[in-house]
Write a new protein. Structure first.
Length: 324
C-alpha cells in the first residue's frame, strides 16, 4: 500500500491522522455502527478528569476505537477493559496500547442481545474484580464510553440492571438521548429511559458538544453525562421488580393509550381469568387508591407514582392467581 508504515499511533489521533491511518489500513467506516471518533484532545482530557480516576478503578470502555481515549484512561486507572467490535479497529487498538500492561482488549459486541450485556465481558470484569488485590481501599467499577446512537438506550438500561457493581458512568451521547435521560413526566422526551435512569442513578449533563469535535462529524449535537449509579436506590420500595418492568413496558408500548387501557392489556396478557369489563371494575379502584386518574396516560406519572402503582398491580395479580 502507498502509505503502509507511515502513520504513527503514538501521537494524538487527529482527523488528518485518522484519515491517513484508515487509508493505509483499508478501514471503511460503518455508518450503521455509529463510528464517529472524538478527535478534540481537550474533550478527551475532560472526560478523563470527569471520571476522577485512581488506581483502584476498574474501567469498562465501550467502543474503544483506535485507543486514543483508552491510552489516557490507562495512565490513571488500575485496569481497563477496552471493548471494540470492529475487527480492523481492534487490531489498531492493540498497536496503540502495546505499551499499556493494564489493559485487556476485547473484540466483542457489548450486547449479547437487546436486553443483555455480553456475558463474556461481564465475566472478564467480574473475575478481575474478584481476584485482584489492593492495599488502598475497595476496587471501583466505572464505565466510560462514546456510545453509538443506535445502541445507547439498551446499553444504558442493561448496564444499570447488570450484576456488575458499577459506581459511575461517563458517557458521550447524542443530545436527544441525554434529553430523554433527564426528562420530566408529561414531556415528549419522558419515557422508559428517563424512568430507568432515575431509578438507578443521578444524572448530570457535564458538557454539550458540537459536531466538529468528532470525525466524521455527526448531524446532531452531543453531550457528556455523568451518571452516579446506585443500583439499590429504590430497591426497598419495589416489591416485585418484574412487575415494575411489566407496568413500564405496558405503558410505553403504546404511549397514547389511557393508563386504564394499558393496564387492562397487561392483565389480559398475564393470564388473569376475567373478562375485560371485570378487569376494568377491579383496576379503577386500584388506580384511585394510589391517587391516579384512570383516564390519564402513563407518561404523566413520575417515578414515585409508578413504583406505588406497580406494587398495587403486583399484589392484585398475585391475589387473582392465588384465588384461581
Amino acid at each position: 500500500m502507498l502509505f503502509e508504515g507511515i502513520v504513527s499511533l503514538d501521537g494524538p489521533h487527529t482527523k488528518s491522522m485518522l484519515k491517513m491511518l484508515f487509508l493505509e489500513r483499508g478501514v471503511r467506516l460503518k455508518k450503521h455502527w455509529g463510528q464517529n471518533f472524538l478527535i478534540d484532545q481537550n474533550i478527551l482530557q475532560f472526560i478523563v478528569r470527569s471520571a476522577e480516576l485512581s488506581r483502584n478503578d476498574i474501567i469498562l470502555e465501550i467502543g474503544a476505537g483506535t485507543g486514543s481515549l483508552t491510552r489516557l484512561i490507562a495512565e490513571k486507572a488500575g485496569h481497563v477493559f477496552a471493548v471494540e467490535m470492529d475487527r480492523k479497529l481492534f487490531e489498531i487498538l492493540g498497536e496503540t496500547l502495546k505499551d499499556c500492561n493494564n489493559v485487556t482488549s476485547l473484540n466483542k459486541d457489548i450486547l449479547k442481545s437487546k436486553h443483555h450485556i455480553h456475558p463474556e465481558i461481564v465475566e472478564c470484569v467480574s473475575n478481575y474484580v474478584n481476584t485482584a488485590t489492593t492495599t488502598e481501599g475497595d476496587l471501583c467499577i466505572k464505565v466510560i464510553s462514546n456510545l453509538p446512537y443506535y445502541i445507547s438506550t439498551p446499553v444504558i438500561i442493561d448496564l444499570l440492571q447488570e450484576a456488575l457493581p458499577i459506581k459511575l458512568m461517563i458517557l458521550t451521547l447524542q443530545l436527544d438521548i441525554t434529553n430523554r435521560m433527564v426528562a420530566h413526566p408529561g414531556t415528549k422526551d419522558y419515557g422508559q429511559l428517563s424512568i430507568m435512569t432515575k431509578l438507578f442513578s443521578d444524572v448530570k449533563v457535564l458538557k454539550k458538544l458540537p459536531p466538529d469535535v468528532f470525525w466524521p462529524a455527526p448531524l446532531v449535537d452531543s453531550a457528556i453525562v455523568k451518571m452516579t449509579v446506585n443500583q439499590n436506590k429504590y430497591s426497598d420500595r419495589i416489591r416485585n421488580y418484574q412487575s415494575f418492568q411489566d407496568v413500564i413496558k405496558a405503558i410505553y408500548i403504546s404511549r397514547r393509550k389511557t393508563l386504564l387501557n394499558s393496564l387492562l392489556s397487561l392483565c389480559l396478557k398475564g393470564g388473569i381469568e376475567k373478562d375485560a369489563q371485570g378487569l376494568r371494575e377491579d383496576l379503577q379502584p386500584i388506580l384511585r387508591k394510589v391517587g391516579i386518574n384512570p383516564g390519564s396516560r402513563g407518561e404523566e406519572l413520575d417515578l414515585e407514582e409508578l413504583i406505588e402503582l406497580s406494587n398495587e398491580i403486583s399484589d392484585y395479580v398475585c391475589s387473582q392467581k392465588d384465588s384461581v
